[in-house]
Design a protein around this ligand. Structure first.
Ligand code: DSN
Length: 420
């Protein structure tokens, strides 16, 4: 691996070596990250990166599409099978462009989206004031009813929907640890004539693996997602339509030519490979273990009386109020955990009293550590190490002992090359 780079570009080779070591020797707890198989990496680094393929299979603007058509068709068919829907667009370059294309497909400028409040777990692309889409569309919010249980305030959601008449009701999040009641979203959307869209970027792999509910089963119109988080594919996006061909056609047009140019066919080939892996029984086992590991970590945080937003987790992630519980800020926690070889991210919590750059919370999750084969025993120990490191953040001797333990644990669970 990297033989050509090694001979040609020592600067990049050195960074690659550093990253290989970092990923091997540290525990990755950022809930939106994962380790892909060698097969996915091969497809991602393949000759398809050379090819322009504007258009869709069978209808392209350039010649030489025999094999690009083949891989895109396979990716589409596998995506449809995984998520039980009739249409899939696998060209979005990532989650943010997927959401932008979806907005332009389903709305006119000035139309309204009702989405989850950003401080309660929503995402930048759900209308953060600093984004361009926020200047084009009108975003209104729903929140949790109770930050200790995580339950969404469905009554307030309905009231806002009746008052604001959104074109889209958006379910989905990047920092929320509870399951959503998709049927309630559909019921309210029907009342006001809105489309239902689920941004399931974080939980796509858990839905594909059958351990979380598929919003399509409750009648959602559209799902947007990334392909690189729990789904364990290459960095990329995708838009799925349950059954309405008119919606699917609008989405195709919005992705190309509306927003993007040539699709990244190497990434689409890698998506196809990852979807093939996600269709195996081994992936169901993986998804099941992701949840078990998150529950094991939840148990330790509960036992140590550390406040978790929503009171715990139903999915792969936990948002902990470390400032409120331990007097350690999110930034301090991120830094000390980095120092012992555990990577996660600082995160704002609901009704945050601090700043985005140094908030009260940390967000962490189990997708990547589970890919390494770690189970409840390791998840429990990692949670204990995290709490010990945060409590003893100024004790350098103790931190170096914890760092050694983390490294040893990682070397016992090397990142696998293959999952099938
Ligand atoms: N950056 C991703 C996350 O970490 O949740 C979402 O875009």
């Amino acid at each position: 691996m990297y033989d050509y780079i090694k001979n040609q570009d020592t600067d990049i080779f050195s960074a690659l070596e550093g990253e290989e070591k970092r990923e091997a020797e540290g525990i990755e707890l950022i809930p939106s990250e994962n380790y892909v198989s060698r097969a996915v990496r091969e497809a991602n680094g393949s000759v398809f990166t050379n090819k322009y393929s504007e258009g869709y299979p069978g209808k392209r603007y350039y010649g030489g599409q025999d094999y690009t058509d083949e891989v895109e068709r396979i990716a589409i068919e596998r995506a449809k099978e995984l998520f039980n829907c009739k249409f899939a667009n696998v060209q979005p370059l990532s989650g943010a462009p997927a959401n932008v294309a979806m907005y332009f497909a389903l709305m006119e400028p000035g139309d309204t989206v009702l989405g989850m409040d950003l401080s309660h777990g929503g995402h930048l692309t759900h209308g953060h004031p600093t984004t361009w889409i926020n200047k084009i569309f009108n975003f209104v919010r729903y929140k949790m009813k109770d930050t200790e249980t995580g339950e969404i305030d469905y009554e307030a959601l309905r009231e806002v929907a009746l008052r604001e008449k959104p074109k889209i009701i958006l379910a989905g999040f990047s920092a929320y640890s509870r399951e959503l009641d998709y049927a309630k979203f559909v019921e309210i959307a029907k009342e006001v004539g809105a489309y239902t869209v689920a941004d399931m970027a974080h939980v796509a792999g858990l839905i594909a693996g059958g351990v979380l509910r598929n919003p399509f089963e409750d009648g959602f119109d559209v799902i947007t997602t990334t392909t690189h988080k729990t789904l364990r594919g290459p960095r990329g996006g995708m838009i799925l339509t349950r059954e309405n061909e008119e919606i699917a056609k609008k989405i195709d047009k919005a992705v190309f030519p509306g927003l993007q140019g040539g699709p990244h066919m190497n990434v689409i080939a890698a998506k196809a490979v990852a979807f093939g892996e996600a269709l195996t029984p081994a992936f169901k086992e993986y998804a099941t273990q992701v949840l078990k590991n998150a529950k094991a970590m939840e148990a330790v945080f509960k036992k140590e009386n550390i406040r978790m937003l929503g009171g715990g987790t139903d999915n792969h992630l936990i948002l902990a109020d470390v400032f409120g519980s331990l007097g350690v800020t999110g930034q301090e926690a991120e830094t000390v955990l980095d120092a012992v070889g555990i990577t996660l991210n600082k995160n704002m919590i609901a009704d945050e009293s601090r700043t985005a750059m140094d908030p009260s919370g940390i967000r962490f999750g189990t997708p990547a550590m589970t890919t390494r084969g770690m189970k409840e025993e390791e998840a429990t120990r990692i949670a204990e190490i995290m709490i010990a490191a945060m409590r003893e953040k100024d004790n350098e001797e103790r931190l170096s002992v914890l760092k050694e333990e983390v490294k040893k644990l990682c070397l016992t669970f090397p990142v696998p090359e293959s999952f099938v």
